[in-house]
Design a protein. Structure first.
Length: 262
């Protein structure tokens, strides 16, 4: 199933079975389940209030092939801001919990332009992370990534940066906030180039902010991602990232805490 097909199933039924084609190891790809949970949360909010901030806690793996229940509750709807919480349950247990803030535009004298986007090689000059069954995560058959910053995972070459270009392999009808949520989490943790061989690593918590008014983006447009390691040690890594259009417009900001078993 494509991302848009899964969105439709969850929005209309509140329950879905995650396909094995979206797996990431023994779990379902975190960006997919976070995006689907966000989509259900967004349906609780009145029109005109864009998602400003999303905090996600990956409590446990959302397993492929097992029914997952998506829940959302509107906590408060103020004059300009709505607060919504969401959960994914499997076998009666929480597997993902998140909180999102949605807000309408306000009149303000504060106007600060974003810092410029990093320079990156064109997409066609960047190394692709191909989908190889049994080698790369299953979900990479749906999301394409091209390396522009840093070294490849498990290369042992280290470095502080990782990232590049990303897009859906199946072009969506439109590029919504839910699509952005899924794309941003597609990149492996930026700490993995420090490892000399494969080892488990996963997101523990994730905070994402989408900038609005959002730049105009075509459905098949490539987005640029660059993550930087702030600190890593004792089995955890702390990173922050930016996401831009190909024209250098800021789209979103991301921060993650990851666990590393190696």
């Amino acid at each position: 199933m494509t991302f848009d097909e899964l969105r439709s199933v969850v929005r209309h039924g509140g329950e879905a079975v995650m396909p094995a084609s979206w797996a990431q190891g023994r779990a379902t790809f975190g960006g997919l389940v976070a995006a689907l949970a966000f989509d259900v949360m967004a349906s609780k909010v009145e029109q005109g209030r864009a998602m400003r901030a999303l905090q996600v806690s990956f409590v446990g793996p959302v397993e492929p092939g097992v029914p997952a229940v998506f829940e959302a509750e509107l906590l408060r709807e103020g004059k300009a801001v709505s607060q919504v919480t969401g959960r994914i349950l499997q076998n009666g247990e929480p597997r993902l919990v998140c909180l999102a803030s949605f807000g309408g535009d306000r009149e303000s004298a504060v106007q600060v332009v974003p810092a410029p986007a990093p320079e990156a090689r064109p997409v066609n000059e960047c190394q692709e992370l191909p989908y190889i069954k049994g080698v790369t995560p299953e979900f990479t058959q749906h999301i394409e990534m091209r390396w522009a910053f840093g070294n490849m995972p498990f290369s042992g070459k280290g470095g502080r940066e990782m990232g590049g270009w990303m897009q859906f392999r199946e072009e969506p009808e439109s590029l919504t906030d839910a699509h952005i949520v899924a794309l941003v989490d597609a990149w492996p943790p930026a700490v993995l180039p420090h490892l000399k061989g494969p080892a488990p690593a996963s997101s523990l918590s994730w905070a994402l902010e989408i900038v609005h008014p959002r730049p105009a983006m075509a459905p098949g447009e490539w987005l640029l991602y660059r993550a930087t390691i702030d600190q890593a040690g004792a089995g955890y890594g702390h990173t922050h990232a930016g996401i831009w259009t190909a024209r250098g417009e800021l789209v979103a900001l991301s921060r993650q805490t990851v666990t590393v078993f190696g």
